[in-house]
Structure formats: structure tokens, C-alpha cells
Design a protein around this ligand. Structure first.
Ligand code: GLY
Length: 310
């Protein structure tokens, strides 16, 4: 049985000079998950291990290094889904924990629910032993101050900053935050998809993106599993990752399926999005509509391949 793992570090425009950090970070995440798969571990453990490495790496917009919302604090979303019995766990609007993806896994494994949000998610995380942790880095705080100043210039002192953010981010893609994701296939044929994010930069307090919504930012069926990145509002409207799996179920290749979903998102919204996925045969695909989407993958005994763009 084929094993495979693919991760992404967020679709967007990476600052010049940051390529090697993104390549090294995604490669290390695949290496961590690969060790688990090669020693007979589960897709769940592998995708979670890779996600934790990406969350702990401050260059990615998830966990440590997550972007700040409009008010200057961090609210994180995360989801894990398995192809077996549609098992799902998710958190949204979660503050002050180190690894939201671990909390999402505990929602799946320890509760009867699919998603916990806000204060309830935080209370659950503390009960599960996640201690108070500030994910804000000095770089992200400085970025936020810079964005706030530029946004005020962009919309004018009397403009409604919140309503103009989408327009602003469209013309300044270097400000759009990424997301992290990991998709794995284990030797038992189980597929797992994980996604974790601080969301889009300068989002309104309480905004929930595509990441924690099954079938939007994260989905796994027995045919294919995928993780989305980019502006979540578009991904939600398209039910994008569900579409990817459904197309494969109908006989499309994973590559064609992801291409078709990307084409639709381009046609309908000119969306700045990307996807990674694996099908039941271990085919891995990474594709995006942004200048960059750092991603890395391996299949069976292959070398780890890492790229800034597909
Ligand atoms: N795709 C991440 C977000 O929009 O929150």
C-alpha cells in the first residue's frame, strides 16, 4: 500500500529572500510525518506531527506567528478530518494556545462534537491541558502596526477600514496571511487532512474562515483528501475541498479535480487560493492561483520534494 504526505505553508506572495526558510520549514514538516508513516504509523499521527511543526515555525501563519486581527490579537482556526467514518474535529476563534491542531484532534477524539468555538474552545483546551500561550511574535506585531498605518492611508481617515480590507489586500497580496496544511495517506489506506491558521490578516474580531469548516478548507473522503489556503471567504462559497473529493469520486483525476476547482474560483471570484491533496492511490497534487505556495511532499520511498510554486 502506498504512503504519502504533502504539506503547504500558505498561498500568497512570500517576501523576497524568505524562500529558503519556507522550503526548509515545509521539508522538515514532511520529514517528521514521513518518519511516522514509514514506521507503520497512522495518517492522523503523521498529518498532525507535520502540522505541529508548521504551527511551531513562526514564519507560517498558524500557531506561533499567526497573524493579528483588526483589534491586534490572535484568533485561530484548525480542523482535522479522517476518511474513515467522516471523523472530524475543529476549533474556531481559539485564543492563547500553542497548537490549535492538537485541540481540534481532541475535539474529534474526546467529545461528541465536530467544532468548538471561542471561549468554549478555550475552556476545552485548558481542560485538555493546553497552558496559556501567547502566539504573537515581535515580527507579526510590527507587521500589524505597519498594516494598520498603511490601511489608514489606503482608505483615508474617514473611510470604513473594515469594509475596504478585501480591496486593500487584493492590491497588496504580500499582506495576505497564509495558512498551513498537511494531508497524509497511510499503509491502511486511511486519508487524513489537517489545516490550521490565524486567518486573514486584519480580519474583524469573530471572523471564521474556511479552515475549520469541513468541505471548505479541509476535507477527507475515501477517494481524496485536501487542504485549502488563501482567502477563506471564496473557499467557503465554493465548498472547495468537498468538490475536490466529489470530483475524484466521479472518476476525475485529483490533478484535474483541483484544477477544475481552481478554475472555478478564478472565474467566479479571481480568488487568491491554493490546495494540496492526495488521492486513494497516493497521487499528490499542489496547485494555486497566487505567486507562491510553499509546499513539500513525498510518496513511498521518494525523496522529499519542496517548491515555492507548483
Ligand atoms: N484560508 C484561511 C482563512 O481564510 O482563514
Amino acid at each position: 500500500m502506498t504512503i504519502a504526505l504533502i504539506v503547504h505553508g500558505g498561498a500568497g506572495s512570500w517576501r523576497p529572500g524568505s524562500d529558503s526558510d519556507a522550503i526548509n520549514g515545509t521539508t522538515a514538516a514532511v520529514a517528521a510525518g514521513r518518519k511516522i508513516l514509514e514506521t507503520g504509523g497512522s495518517a492522523l499521527d503523521a498529518a498532525i506531527a507535520a502540522s505541529v511543526m508548521l504551527e511551531d515555525n513562526p514564519i507560517f501563519n498558524a500557531g506561533t506567528g499567526a497573524v493579528l486581527n483588526f483589534d491586534g490579537f490572535v484568533e485561530m482556526d484548525a480542523c482535522v478530518m479522517l476518511s474513515t467514518q467522516s471523523q472530524i474535529g475543529a476549533v474556531s476563534g481559539l485564543q492563547r494556545v500553542k497548537n490549535p491542531i492538537l485541540v481540534a484532534r481532541q475535539v474529534m477524539e474526546q467529545t461528541d462534537h465536530v467544532m468548538l468555538t471561542g471561549d468554549g474552545a478555550l475552556r476545552f483546551a485548558r481542560v485538555m491541558g493546553h497552558v496559556d500561550y501567547d502566539p504573537i511574535t515581535a515580527e507579526r506585531r510590527a507587521d500589524w502596526q505597519d498594516k494598520k498605518a498603511k490601511l489608514q492611508v489606503a482608505v483615508g481617515a474617514n473611510g470604513s477600514g473594515a469594509m475596504k480590507i478585501r480591496h486593500f489586500l487584493k492590491s497588496h497580496p504580500e499582506y495576505a496571511g497564509g495558512t498551513i496544511g498537511a494531508v497524509a495517506l497511510d499503509a491502511n489506506g486511511v486519508l487524513c487532512a489537517c489545516t490550521s491558521t490565524g486567518g486573514v490578516t486584519m480580519k474583524l474580531v469573530g471572523r471564521v474562515g474556511d479552515t475549520p469548516l469541513p468541505g471548505c478548507g479541509t476535507y477527507a473522503s475515501k477517494f481524496a483528501a485536501s487542504s485549502a489556503t488563501g482567502t477563506g471567504e471564496y473557499v467557503i462559497r465554493a465548498l472547495a475541498t468537498r468538490q475536490i473529493s466529489d470530483n475524484v469520486e466521479r472518476g476525475m483525476s485529483l490533478e484535474t479535480s483541483i484544477g477544475a476547482v481552481l478554475d472555478g474560483l478564478g472565474r467566479d471570484y479571481d480568488a487568491d487560493v491554493g490546495f494540496i491533496g492526495i488521492d486513494a492511490n497516493g497521487n499528490t497534487v499542489g496547485a494555486h492561483r497566487t505567486p507562491h505556495m510553499p509546499h513539500a511532499y513525498f510518496t513511498d520511498g521518494s525523496e522529499i520534494i519542496a517548491k515555492m510554486r507548483a
